[in-house]
Write a protein that binds this ligand. Structure first.
Ligand SMILES: [Zn+2]
Length: 73
């Protein structure tokens, strides 16, 4: 696996992300996990708040947002 460094999506944060923020959703028989952003250990709340403020995205309900731990390298 090539190493990909994903950075935290919080503004002003330059840290490596440790968690992925996503929302599982379903349309008919088609289901997928929509990736909304990435966060480091300290900013999950900030990143989620930022996602909910985005204008164009199909907004998931806050209860639909899940935070997944990224595999540790
Ligand atoms: Zn951060």
């Amino acid at each position: 696996m090539p190493e990909t460094i994903v950075k935290c999506s919080a503004p002003d944060c330059d840290k490596e992300a440790t968690h992925k923020v996503g929302s599982p959703w379903q349309e008919g028989s088609f289901a997928e996990l929509q990736t909304l952003g990435y966060t480091c250990r300290t900013h999950p709340e900030k990143v989620v708040a930022g996602i909910l403020r985005r204008p164009k995205l199909r907004h998931p309900a806050p209860s639909e947002i899940r935070i997944y731990t990224l595999p540790q390298r």
